[in-house]
Ligand binder design. Structure first.
Ligand code: MG
Ligand code: MG
Length: 270
């Protein structure tokens, strides 16, 4: 069912989206465990391919506008949409891994940024701030709210943590029977503005934060998005269902319970 172009899911449909979300969660957990210096980004893609297939799901990334991988791997100054290939991961790199999966036609989408070996404190801070910004954004979503509430929460949290660039050229999105649906979910915004959030909606909240500029450019491969000033970037994403009772983070192993409770937001998973 659609409301002003936005897909509303039944509880039964959200339970299938949870299955897709858990495939993504388990795939990212495996990648996080196994990523190491000396591996190529194609090695990570192979691990993800095997994991998604083992769990009986399919990839929504593979073939998306011709994308050749089941994950995006974006290293250091690469923000999003990096193509897995022969790049060798080095000690001290940060690797953003974005992954999606489909179960019975319902999509999940989630991303993490992982530090490989030792990274400077400033980079550790970048990862922590980006992940927490995602949770602040997720926690601001509620039945009857607005998309601007989410962006405002991301933006104000990031600003409270120091000097960072919030990438504004890319946004989160609705998710359901397709990976990318209306509404867009920007990482900046004004409270009470933008598309209305309603029970039955599912959105992907995905801040992309840099140690410098908010501006990006796309490399010659037509995919890889890098920060314009070469500053390092992080990207965290969860797909979250909005219900009348609260939030269910479909791509978090615990449904988001711990992080939501820490921020005082209502958990409404199973
Ligand atoms: Mg994603
Ligand atoms: Mg996404």
């Amino acid at each position: 069912m659609f409301d002003r172009g936005i897909e509303l899911k039944t509880p039964a449909q959200l339970r299938v989206m949870r299955e897709a979300g858990l495939v993504v969660a388990h795939t990212l957990a495996r990648l996080r465990d196994q990523v190491a210096a000396g591996m190529t980004t194609a090695d990570l893609d192979a691990i993800a391919r095997a994991a998604i297939a083992e769990m009986g799901a399919t990839s929504n990334f593979l073939g998306y506008h011709g994308f050749p991988g089941v994950i995006c791997t974006s290293v250091n100054d690469e923000v999003v949409h990096g193509i897995p290939g022969d790049r060798v991961i080095a000690d001290g790199d940060v690797v953003s891994i974005d992954c999606g999966a489909v179960v019975d036609g319902w999509h999940g989408d989630s991303a993490v940024t992982v530090a490989v070996g030792e990274v400077p404190e400033r980079v550790q801070d970048l990862l922590r701030v980006t992940e927490q910004a995602m949770w602040h954004g997720v926690s601001a979503a509620h039945d009857g709210g607005r998309v601007g509430d989410v962006g405002h929460a991301v933006q104000t949290y990031v600003a409270s943590q120091g000097e960072y660039g919030i990438v504004t050229g890319y946004t989160g999105h609705g998710i359901g029977t397709a990976m990318h649906q209306p509404p867009d979910v920007p990482n900046v915004g004004r409270p009470g503005k933008g598309a209305r959030l309603k029970a039955g909606m599912a959105i992907a909240v995905e801040p992309m934060i840099t140690l410098g500029t908010s501006q990006t450019r796309t490399l010659e491969d037509d995919w890889t998005v890098v920060s314009l000033d070469g500053s390092w970037a992080a990207h965290f994403e969860h797909s979250v269902a909005i219900t009348a009772d609260g939030l269910w983070v479909l791509t978090a192993p615990d449904g988001g319970r711990a992080a939501l409770e820490a921020l005082g937001a209502p958990y409404a998973g199973d």
